[in-house]
Design a protein around this ligand. Sequence first.
Ligand code: TXE
Length: 490
Amino acid sequence: MNDQVSLNVSPDMVHQNLIGGRNVPASDGAMLDVLSPVDGSLFARIASGTAADVDAAVKAARAAFEGAWGKLTATERGRLLMKLAAAVEARVDELGELESRDNGKPLRQAKADVVALARYLEFYGSAADKLHGEVIPYLNTHFIGVERVPHGVTGHIVPWNYPMQIFGRSVGAALAAGNATVVKPAEDASLTILRVAALAREVGFPDGALNIVTGLGRTAGAALAGHPGIDFLSFTGSPETGTAVQTAAARNHVGVTLELGGKSAQVVFDDADLERALPVLVNAIIQNGGQTCSAGSRLLIQRGIFKDVVDAVSERFRALKAGRPDAEPDLGPMINQAQQRRVQGYLDRASQEGLTVTASGGIAADAPKGGYYVAPTFFAPVAHESLLSQEEVFGPVLVATPFEDEAEAIRLANGTPYGLAAGVWTRDAMRSTRVGRAMRVGQVFVNCYGAGGGIELPFGGFGRSGHGREKGFEGLVEFTTTRTIVIAHG
Ligand code: TXE
């Protein structure tokens, strides 16, 4: 029967928080239902964490930081992370299937996320003992050392779109740097993070180094953001919640990295290699159903080739299908009904603005009826000022806007409140460098588009896309601060 999705996971899994190395229910026993976006069915139950749970987790982390975890050398921490990387990598199928069911990602993408998580853990594990401080020349009578030290206890509020990757880049870096961590996964995608935390215990992480409190943002998330025992916060999610998290952090005078999404442009000049560009341009918005912070959601196309590119993109869009993740569709369902309605709301408002759909894909006939599927939709031309050009839809919706020349391309690309990523397509090397360097974003891709990939590459935003950097060595530095030691010796 079409509505039956037979992924290899138990339908009645019940998950508890992980606090101080123990699986514990929420302090008041409350649970949340986990619905699979694949078919809307009840799939698992997780603890609905409370402020008391967050408090217990922060205390457990502090005890670990001051105890067994804090006493490890950087090399020992690194080795544990490498062991965890190997344990994750050995479970690509299991974790991939769990993620696909929980989050709705095509199985292929979910497994790619597992591999990326293993790579993050490996990258940060191997970097743990390579984060060196400095010696500063000063007075001849003094020796000055600057050491990189962990913040202490770090809080990590993780969204649902790439749970494993975002856990890897944020928690992996924090642990490598020596912090003890408390993680609040998104209520819609907690299961793989809980599983990875269980693996961390199995490979020998000391109790309390990694604590997980699942639950709602407004309760568990807010309690973590505002907890006075947290020394640094990492948040990925919406700008609105980012503001709340940063405000809470400010009350405790602690730093925070915020990654808040984007409205990233792909700038296509008339000398671009279109054969190379086209599949990438489409994939950049379709990957993960457009629920990617660095999705290439705006196409800026030079006027002379505008019609040709729009026709070619339209042809590809018409062939796209959203469908059940185990059938390897172009895209799976949206994460939940709210997100499905949000995307539909943007499409409705676009039509009220007078926009007509240029091309759309479909929903596969065997997609379960209760799932949160949305057909990919392409609009061209769309005015730069319109809602669809300015706001992050976080769904499979692409807009195209023509430009005349380089100056206009730069103005349009930089013309939203966001600034996360950009793509530049041209065969002119000088222009690619000039335009690339004019982009007010954290990552620019020339004749390619990473759309979130790149474990080694510093990543983060300008403006409404947030601040601070994760990924790469830069991400490791972010989870440290410095201590300067001045030693008089003469
Ligand atoms: O985000 P939230 P939502 C964008 C995207 C999407 C929109 C809404 O445009 O359509 O945000 O998604 C926790 N204090 N992105 O509602 O609320 C929450 O439990 C502390 C972009 O899911 O930001 C979850 O763990 N925490 C994005 C996390 O914050 C709170 C990824 C993200 O949820 C909280 C996701 C609170 N008051 C959404 N309220 C990206 N940058 O990739 C919620 N949370």
